[in-house]
Design a protein around this ligand. Structure first.
Ligand code: AOF
Ligand code: ZN
Length: 374
């Protein structure tokens, strides 16, 4: 076979492995979603994917699926096979024991416990290894995991929903609904792709939201998942105002209250306090909060909060992506503004957003953008 034919087959097989990995995106956290296919004579003889932390890794499932056919096979894996003992034993041992002949890897594992060791251990065992096939597609599957491994911070998405003139409510507080049902269904979808939903005490006390994923409300174009993990609800509560009667206290997932001091308030069984440093103004230090959440293996945070918290997160350069749902109404200058930012006197100092995706959702537009470093 020529090298270009081989490259074409490698792409095709890695594409299959990526499809398998996608089956796990709603359930593997804090682990990454990973898929694996085993081939012989360019025919698939086994396949597997990682389903949840603590369960077998993709490679181990694929080897079990292939049985004796694994001997001499090529393994296509969307992430470098692990070389460490975590919740499960190293996949490199399983690949070597199964007598796999060649391993094609989409991307190196950014986990410092692996970080290239898996690839070198396979090579040391005489296995041919190729790295980098469909690398960016593989990276796109696990933005939160990769970011946490590389920076020890979660990937932070901030959702904003506003009128065409960037207003979120009338002056009298009326806000239901500014964006369309399709946009709100889309929000449900992105909540499900997050490990945590973050909000502030002001918003929770004013709106009494549940902040859960209701898959039944998903966009019609997205298949309803058979399994999903409810994100943890994380509420910034610098002044200890969250009380037990709120709707978010239910059995669906825990509520973590971010506070600067342990208090006796909120002794609800689903409630857990995370104590973080206080900033100079006495409120929660948001960077320290993210450090603490990363230590608790939160990879990806979906933020639904008010104009003040969203503004502070942006100005502290803690936002990785903005999801802006823009409706088709005009509410006027007396209505409430979408973002509280400090006053600018020099236009060149305005925060720039690099738009990475832009589309129509119902009667609204959804704009995804990355705040550029200032
Ligand atoms: C693989 N294949 O399918 C996955 C990998 O605690 P454990 O044993 O589940 O290990 C988790 C780590 O293993 C995770 O942080 C990441 O580095 C890697 N994930 N590796 O070879 C897989 N899910
Ligand atoms: Zn593994």
């Amino acid at each position: 076979m020529t090298s270009s034919e081989q490259a074409r087959i490698d792409h095709l097989m890695m594409h299959q492995a990526l499809q398998l990995a996608r089956k796990g995106v709603l359930t593997t956290a804090p682990n990454p979603a990973v898929g694996c296919v085993l081939t012989k004579n360019n025919q698939i003889v086994g396949s597997g994917w990682h389903q949840r932390a603590g369960a077998a890794h993709a490679e181990v499932n694929a080897i079990a699926d292939a049985g004796d056919a694994a001997v001499g096979a090529t393994a296509y894996v969307t992430l470098e096979p692990c070389s460490h003992f975590g919740r499960t034993p190293p996949c490199v041992n399983a690949l070597i024991d199964a007598k796999i002949a060649r391993v094609v890897v989409a991307m190196q594992d950014p986990n410092p416990q692996v970080a290239g060791n898996g690839i070198s251990r396979l090579r040391d065992a005489g296995i041919e290894v190729d790295v980098g096939v469909l690398e960016s597609a593989a990276a796109n599957l696990n933005p939160g995991f990769i970011h946490r491994m590389m920076t020890q911070l979660p990937w932070v998405r901030v959702k904003l929903a506003a009128s065409m003139d960037a207003r979120t409510a009338l002056a009298n507080g009326q806000s239901q609904w500014i964006t369309s049902p399709q946009s709100r269904a889309d929000v449900q979808y992105w909540r499900a792709h997050s490990d945590a939903i973050l909000s502030g005490a002001d918003t929770v006390l004013a709106d009494n939201p549940r902040l859960t994923v209701r898959a039944a409300q998903w966009p019609e174009s997205r298949p309803i998942p058979t399994q999903l993990k409810q994100p943890v609800r994380i509420i910034i509560d610098s002044q200890n105002r969250i009380h037990d009667e709120l709707s978010l206290f239910d059995e669906l997932s825990p509520v973590w209250l971010i506070r600067t001091q342990e208090t006796d308030a909120s002794r609800h069984p689903h409630c857990h306090q995370v104590i973080v440093k206080a900033a100079e103004n006495g409120k929660v230090d948001l960077h320290d909060m993210l450090v603490e959440l990363a230590l608790r293996e939160i990879n990806l945070i979906w933020t639904e909060c008010g104009a003040t918290l969203a503004g502070v997160l942006l100005q502290q350069q803690l936002v990785n992506e903005l999801y802006l749902y823009q409706s088709s109404q005009l509410l006027g200058h007396q209505a409430r503004a979408m973002l509280e930012l400090s006053e600018l006197t020099i236009l060149q100092q305005a925060q720039q957003i690099q738009v990475t995706d832009w589309r129509q959702v119902g009667n609204d537009r959804r704009i995804i953008g990355v705040p550029m470093p200032q």
